[in-house]
Write a protein that binds this ligand. Sequence first.
Ligand code: PLP
Length: 458
Amino acid sequence: PTATPTTTPPATAGDNRPPSHLFYQARQRRPMATRAEGIYIWDEHGRRVIDGSSGAMVVNIGHGNRRVLDAMKRQMDQATFIYRLHFENAPAEDLAAALAARCPAGLDRVFFVSGGSEAVESCLKLARQHAVATGQGSRYKVISRFPSYHGSTMGALSVTGHAAFTTPFAPMMHESPKIAAPTAYLDRDGLDMAARGRRYADMLDEEIRRQGPETVLAFIMEPIGGASTGALVAPDSYYPRIREICDRHGVLLIHDEVMCGAGRTGRYLGGDHWGITPDLIALSKGLGAGYAPLGAMIASEKLVRPVLDAGGFQHGFTYAGNPLAAAAGLAVLDEIDAHDLIGNAARMGDLLKSRLDALKRRFPFIGDVRGRGLLLAVEFVSDPETMATLPRALNAHARMVDLAFDRGLILYSRRTRGGIDGDHVLVCPPMIVTEAQIDEIMAIFTDTLEALARELSL
Ligand code: PLP
């Protein structure tokens, strides 16, 4: 979820450091980062790397932002931690109001957490408590999509559609029913995109009926896919149809906006591209933008009120709504507005996507370029006509990441698509990226594709 496994040590990895007590993944040591500013990170040897994935699609406003750092320093001088059961704090109140103003009408009750998994977990638990509080206790199943990633806590994992993450824990989980992610770009069925979009949405209707509508609590999806599907965008017809199916069966619609939310796609929320109002929103990553661990669940008063009236939401995290994280989140929103970074993400995203698209002519192993704004992915295939995947043993996505890192560009990658293995890399620089920096990214990306083609004989 947070890093791509690599197969070879990057050129700058130090090997005469003492053994690390940290363990994240069984992989090679990485260079030590010493400084980060704008879209760049420097390592201990003074080498500069472009953060072409904004960390894990987190650092949306770039590194070292003065406005945010100053706001955090001011808040640190006042109070870093205030417990919500003892006092209210202004940054949390103000950030909740600012988020309510950015969300679709009616979604104006905010519950803060410290990350994406916690935000998803909160949505699942509020949905369930609402069902219990409103006499719908038979509803407990949450349908999700395959493939998908919704987080690493047990509840979020139970709705995640990715065997590598879920298999070891299967006996401990109540695994949710899954429907196919809307990988319409892979279909060779002669249907137009609108028909395909409806067909994928109708899979939800069928699954709700199969499970028994009275047992189904919610459906969770990313409006624009993140790492698991590689910036997958469904046909336009998919979105309203999903909303309508949920309404018809009394099933709550949860939008996981953890990766696509907070402005990266050229709208504040991914769902805003289709004007969809979900029942619950999970937000994180770009909300704190790497300055503080921060996430939020956003819901309507209609959903929250019965839960509060029945004795309160039985859920919460110690660090939730702490004033330091909230002050960072507020300053991030101010920075986004002051520099129209959402507009910039839309404009630079269009430019970057068209430049990536143009590479298809030169590199026939590029099967698809997709996404919105600066949430973009490039998929590698062995044949762009059939979209057949590359052999798994080539490990093309991980090699692309390693070769790009050696050349000074960070990318993010996964080997998943539509339930079948497939290679994609995500290109997601911070929303402050300029046209000249897109040139810089493209020069390294193109050079890396050449190296990949040579190495893997593509
Ligand atoms: N949901 C989505 C769509 C994500 O991409 C992620 C993380 O990558 C999460 C949830 C989990 O967020 P976190 O790693 O902050 O717990």
